[in-house]
Design a protein around this ligand. Structure first.
Ligand code: BES
Ligand code: MN
Ligand code: ZN
Length: 495
């Protein structure tokens, strides 16, 4: 989809499809009202029929306007004027996206961003529009040869804005949203691929390809020999059970002086997690192809940052592996030595994510990072604790936690802070090694974060558990691309 800011008078507008808002009850927004004048009161007269009231997400599709130059109008309900929350605005946009998907118009023009959204700006309104429409137009088609519904026709969207300042704001917002959307698409596409296609090697190849898009992005792939030489015994132990070799993807984005310390993003890249010898139950095991969503979101975020050419330095690290049972796999009770030197007793081979991440955290130290954020589908317990709305957030640094929470609220890719108290650390005690890789049944998402915190003492660090937010289950099964919007917003805020 192509997006543009367009400055034109409603009186002289030409469009295959115009989207405008209507407040409750039946109160046209300023542009809708001008359009109504142009259409000689058509919209008001249709509203009088009472088909829609203007509740959030209400839709009225006018397929014939009597005006040759305006083929269609989509009226979108925005609720009570002055009461539109960012979340309600998103619901309205989702309804608009549904209508856009269904229309046969190839081009459309929207004025929905003129809605007054509580505490928000024009830039936010336009970015949300693009991110929601792009997201709703996304389809995973790569591996379907049959029964594909025809693709939506819409391929060009204009935003109606007036005045040099608003035009500049809109253009900037479009640029940012397009970059974010591209990052989300990359994350979804990689995550939706099955484990037999998206192996650690495939993931690394894709990261290399994406890396080639920008001169400021350098991608290196570490193979098992490199990982061995680095002493990543915890990471390598997970991939022992698989014939697919492990990879560590290293993406370095240099947007400013090489001396400036980078932000490091680490993404869990389990291209399939069967649990290993502590094998998972069969039901829904297919969904463990999504266990690389953290890694995919880091790759997507780096692509977005490079696209926007943000003047900061960012490093993306994706330890990638499978976790399968076999004669050479980790066994419960095995003790491995991490790159940090700490020995770990593997009491459950299904708690593998932390074994990869701990070595990646130790590796991150060499960058002397300003901050490190790891992103992982780490625990089912996080879904039990928080459901599927926020990602869990843990951090050893108040400033970093506040920055992430702020970015989450802005991008509406939300998080909820969880504790990292000393009391929980005791659950990770082992009789035979420095620590165990599980902390028992209580507070599983917290003890997982506590485990990671032991490897993140030298820098401000945050951990996002995205087990509940990275994909949808059920009929709508598929990757969401979260938390790319959050990561990109956090990095934009660092400029
Ligand atoms: N990848 C899973 C976590 C997960 C489970 C994500 C369900 C999304 C949905 C992780 O590797 C795992 O298996 N964690 C275990 C930890 C346990 C053995 C301490 C879990 O959550 O059951
Ligand atoms: Mn697991
Ligand atoms: Zn896992």
């Amino acid at each position: 989809m192509e997006y543009k800011a367009k400055s034109e008078q409603v009186e002289s507008l030409q469009s295959a499809c115009v989207l405008v808002g209507v407040y409750q009850k039946r109160k046209l927004t300023p542009t809708a009202s001008l359009l109504d004048d142009r259409l000689q009161g058509l919209l008001e007269s249709l509203l009088k029929r009472d088909d829609i009231e203007g509740k959030v997400g209400d839709l009225l599709i006018v397929n014939h306007t009597g005006d040759q130059a305006i083929e269609r109008v989509i009226l979108v309900g925005l609720g009570k004027s002055g009461e539109l929350t960012p979340k309600a605005y998103r619901s309205a946009l989702n309804a608009a996206a549904r209508a856009l998907k269904a229309t046969h118009a190839k081009h459309a023009l929207s004025a929905l961003h003129e809605a007054e959204v509580e505490g928000q700006t024009l830039s936010h309104n336009i970015r949300q529009f693009i991110e929601i429409v792009d997201s709703s137009l996304y389809r995973f088609t790569e591996l379907k040869t049959e029964s594909l519904a025809p693709a939506p026709k819409i391929n060009k969207m204009d935003f109606l804005v007036h005045g040099a300042k608003s035009i500049a704001t809109a253009e900037k917002a479009i640029e940012q949203a397009e970059a974010t959307s591209m990052g989300v698409r990359i994350a979804k596409e990689l995550a939706n691929l099955p484990g037999n296609v998206c192996t650690p090697t495939y993931l690394a190849d894709q990261a290399e390809k994406i890396g080639k898009r920008s001169k400021k992005l350098k991608t290196k792939i570490l193979d098992e020999r490199d990982l061995e030489a680095l002493g990543m015994g915890a990471f390598l132990s997970v991939s022992k059970g698989s014939v697919e070799p492990a990879r560590m993807i290293v993406m370095e984005y240099t947007g400013t002086s090489a001396k400036t310390k980078p932000y490091v993003l680490i993404g869990k890249g389990l291209t399939f997690d069967a649990g290993g010898i502590s094998i998972k139950p069969a039901a829904s095991m297919d969904e463990m192809k999504y266990d690389m969503c953290g890694g995919a979101s880091v790759i997507g975020a780096l692509a977005a940052v490079a696209e926007m050419q943000l003047p900061i330095n960012v490093v993306g690290l994706v330890p990638a592996s499978e976790n399968l049972p076999s004669g050479s796999a980790n066994k419960p009770g095995d003790i491995v030595t991490s790159m940090a030197g700490l020995t770990i007793e593997i009491l459950n081979t299904d708690a593998e994510g932390r074994l990869l991440l701990c070595d990646a955290l130790t590796f991150a130290k060499r960058y002397e990072p300003q901050a490190v954020i790891d992103v992982a589908t780490l625990t089912g317990a996080c879904i039990v604790a928080l459901g599927r709305h926020p990602s869990g957030l843990w951090s050893n640094n108040e400033e970093l936690a506040a920055a992430i929470t702020g970015a989450a609220d802005k991008s509406l890719d939300r998080v909820w802070r969880m504790p990292l108290w000393e009391e929980y650390q005791d659950q990770l005690k082992s009789n035979f090694a420095d620590l165990a890789n599980i902390g028992g049944p209580d507070g599983g998402s917290v003890t997982a974060a506590c485990f990671l915190s032991k490897f993140a003492k030298d820098f401000p660090w945050a951990h996002l558990d995205i087990a509940g937010t990275a994909w949808k289950t059920g009929a709508d099964k598929g990757a969401t691309g979260r938390p790319v919007p959050l990561l990109v917003q956090y990095l934009m805020d660092r400029v």
